[in-house]
Design a protein around this ligand. Structure first.
Ligand SMILES: Nc1ncnc2c1ncn2[C@@H]1O[C@H](COP(=O)(O)OP(=O)(O)OP(=O)(O)O)[C@@H](O)[C@H]1O
Ligand SMILES: [Mg+2]
Length: 300
């Protein structure tokens, strides 16, 4: 569910172990992530990046402070309610995909929908459209072991986006890839997330990440010590003069007949050459605007 609501952290503290002898991983973090914003979190190893991501996503309970999403303080929710929220409102991309090795790509990508109760056929159909959009048309039946690292991360991106989350969290999604493939994946991740209107919070050690994100937050010793905004990623159009298209609903593909192949649109297109300077003002990383059914392009 893409939601036009900010995600905010207020004086967030996280201590592992008992007070006094434990490790303070977050020492009072304040952060607000606007709807549709892409925020890179950078900092030395051990500075608290993963801990912050997990607290923001409701994976870890904070020791004190608040994380507010859609008007709710995550820490005041039951674990069961937080689990439900993570399934419907958040998407996740991890360093090594964490795909289920025995499932084909389409079923891996469809998992969040199936967990949310969407019938299997409908879920895999939507997942296939996402895979095609991300340049993996024809690879739907492959298991993770039959995909390259970059392809597997695209499946993970499809899985993160298939449920139209409000926020996508990515923890070093390119950490296991070579630089060129990593940049391709970053381009695909940021552009596809932007197209859905979801916010993106991405932990990375890649100093080039600012090209794809609207803001970079730097952490040290559990605190945010500085942040940079990326001028190129700011909304370029004043509200009185919306970019065309102002709000473009995804073209609806013809409903698939049972057993029929997914209607090919002008896409899938392979991602552009890895040397392309894609990013907020660069060329398209995913190729076009023909998003999977039900996905609305929200211009920023
Ligand atoms: N489960 C845990 N139990 C105890 N201490 C932990 C735990 N997880 C993390 N820490 C500690 O909390 C601090 C922050 O860890 P965190 O994993 O958030 O860092 P990071 O910035 O993501 O580092 P990296 O870049 O190496 O992934 C570190 O000192 C780490 O040792
Ligand atoms: Mg980490």
């Amino acid at each position: 569910m893409t939601s036009r609501t900010p995600l905010t952290a207020h004086t967030l503290v996280k201590t592992y172990g008992s007070a006094g002898t434990g490790t303070t991983a977050l020492a009072g973090v304040d952060l607000s992530i606007a709807p549709g914003e892409s925020v890179a979190i950078m900092g030395p190893s051990g500075s608290g990046k993963t801990t912050l991501l997990h607290c923001l996503a409701g994976v870890l309970p904070a020791t004190s402070g608040q994380v507010v999403w859609a008007g709710q303080d995550l820490s005041s929710m039951s674990e069961r309610a937080r689990t439900g929220l993570r399934r419907t409102d958040f998407g996740f991309v991890f360093q090594s995909g964490q795909l289920l090795p025995e499932l084909p790509a389409d079923e891996n990508a469809a998992l969040p929908l199936m967990l949310a109760g969407t019938p299997r056929a409908q879920a895999t159909d939507t997942a296939r459209r996402w895979l095609a959009y991300l340049g993996l048309g024809g690879m739907e039946s492959r298991r993770p072991g039959e995909l390259s690292g970059g392809q597997a991360q695209r499946v993970a991106i499809a899985r993160a986006l298939v449920g139209s989350p409000g926020v996508v969290f990515a923890d070093e999604p390119t950490g296991a890839l070579d630089q060129q493939t990593g940049h391709e994946v970053l381009g695909v991740l940021t552009e596809a997330t932007r197209a859905t209107g979801a916010a993106l919070v991405i932990v990375t050690h890649d100093p080039g990440v600012a090209r794809w994100c609207s803001r970079t937050v730097h952490m040290r010793d559990g605190r945010i010590v500085s942040e940079d905004r990326t001028p190129a990623a700011q909304p370029a159009t004043p509200p009185t003069q919306p970019a065309a298209p102002a709000t473009q609903s995804a073209p609806q593909a013809a409903p698939a007949q049972p057993g029929a192949p997914v209607a090919p649109g002008p896409w899938p297109a392979p991602p552009p050459a890895p040397t392309a300077p894609y990013g907020p003002n660069g060329t398209s990383a995913v190729g076009g605007t023909n998003l999977p059914d039900g996905v609305t392009v929200v211009p920023r």
